[in-house]
Design a protein around this ligand. Structure first.
Ligand code: NAD
Ligand code: DAU
Length: 351
């Protein structure tokens, strides 16, 4: 079959990447979707079992830090577009080991950009490099205000510094080599298939197993939560309709303090597990704060809403319910990812 586009999605076996791969494979049968992922602890092909045999889907095990891996996938599949999600994504791990974040998030991104310039022909009329980034590049907000696309970068963790650096390289390639790029900066995602190092799946797993729910500091830090499928739909929308060489913020207009979010999760879990109301809340345990913990993130999504007519479909009420149900109904997925090295990680971070 002659495909109209050959799209390389990096990090497609991860949390957000797998939802995006599924959406694109199902929605665009005339595109070939090449999922390029090295399968770190966070990458899991189980996430894509339902589409693994689709005729427009290919998985390639490859590393964005290895130039030969990138060059061979470009050549074998005639890559003409990239949606780049592969990254080290967990702030706590970046505090423990910043170097791997520089290698993957910065050098890996530059490797991909170099291969675009080498393999694609200027003026790049049929190419786009779409970089998926985070709201954390903007730093931390006080009690009021929102991050807009014009907010100055002020990253404060090794993770956000590495993502900010990668954003700068993407824009530098657009300016220097006229590479057509798009960037989006999204708020906190939640939903099925998220690795249980992140707050929501970690708490779901611990509530299920009657283990303490570690709340950093006073639990008053604020995050703006978006259902992962809404993020995947926003990426699809920007990829197709977004203006070249521009940036879009994506967010849920859905701010929660960590403590109220975890209490809400406890309420939903008590209901789903037929436990007495209030029983899971007793597991809440305040622990030492994250070093340099950003206080508040909140996105102004006005640009994507007005320019591209995107709004989230999922309410937090329905999103959190279906997320909890997914984890409870997918015990083997959860048990699979929390075996082995997860136990060592958990011991090191929490005990
Ligand atoms: P994740 O950690 O769940 O998945 C990352 C994926 O990248 C994994 O499949 C992993 O195997 C792969 N990967 C890592 N290093 C690689 C390498 N060297 N070569 C090839 N593949 C590699 O991450 P996620 O939460 O799905 O985030 C995806 C992207 O979205 C990241 O760039 C992240 O910065 C960004 N983002 C995440 C959120 C969020 O809330 N999770 C919000 C905004 C932006
Ligand atoms: O804002 C987008 C970012 O959201 C993404 O770029 C990151 O990839 C993603 O990991 C996420 O970063 P956060 O640090 O906000 O997510 P995390 O789930 O790790 O933490 C959410 C909040 O909960 C944060 O304030 C720290 C707190 N927390 C987290 C954990 C894991 C706890 O209180 N206890 C915990 O055990």
């Amino acid at each position: 079959m002659n495909f109209t586009k050959n799209i390389l999605i990096t990090g497609g076996a991860g949390f957000i990447g797998s939802h995006l791969v599924r959406l694109m494979v199902n929605k665009y049968p005339d595109y070939r979707i090449i999922n390029f992922d090295v399968l770190t602890y966070a990458g899991n092909l189980e996430n894509l079992r339902d589409i693994q045999d689709a005729s427009n889907y290919v998985f390639v095990k490859g590393d964005i830090c290895t130039v030969d891996d990138i060059e061979s996938v470009f050549k074998e599949y005639h890559i003409d577009h990239i949606i780049h999600l592969a990254a080290e994504s967990h702030v706590d791990r970046s505090i423990e080991n910043p170097n791997i974040f520089v290698e993957t998030n910065v050098i890996g991104t530059v490797n991909l950009l170099n291969s675009c310039i080498k393999n694609w022909k200027a003026p790049f009329n049929d190419n786009i490099f779409y970089h998926v980034s985070t709201d954390e590049v903007y730093g931390s907000l006080g009690d009021t205000g929102l991050f807009t696309e014009e907010t100055s970068y002020d990253p404060k963790s090794p993770y956000s510094a590495s993502k900010a650096a990668s954003d700068h390289f993407v824009r530098a390639f657009a300016n220097t080599y006229k590479l057509p790029i798009k960037i989006s900066n999204c708020s906190n995602n939640y939903g099925p298939n998220q690795f249980p190092e992140k707050l929501i799946p970690l708490c779901i797993n611990n509530i299920k197993n009657n283990k303490p729910l570690p709340i950093y500091g006073k639990g008053l830090n604020i995050r703006d939560w978006l259902y992962v499928v809404d993020h995947a739909e926003a990426i699809d929308c920007i990829f197709h309709e977004g203006i070249l060489n521009s940036t879009y913020n994506i967010g849920g207009l859905n701010e929660w303090t960590n403590i109220s979010l975890v209490k809400e999760l406890c309420r939903v879990m008590d209901h789903e597990l037929n436990r007495e109301t209030g029983s899971s809340e007793k597991l809440i345990t305040y622990v030492e704060d994250r070093k340099g913990h950003d206080m508040r993130y909140a996105i102004d999504a006005n640009k994507i809403t007005t320019e591209l007519n995107w709004t989230p479909d999922e309410t937090f009420e329905t999103g959190i319910q279906s997320t909890v149900k997914w984890y409870l109904n997918n015990e083997s997925w959860l048990n699979g990812v929390v075996s082995g090295s997860y136990q060592d990680y958990y011991q090191k971070m929490y005990q």
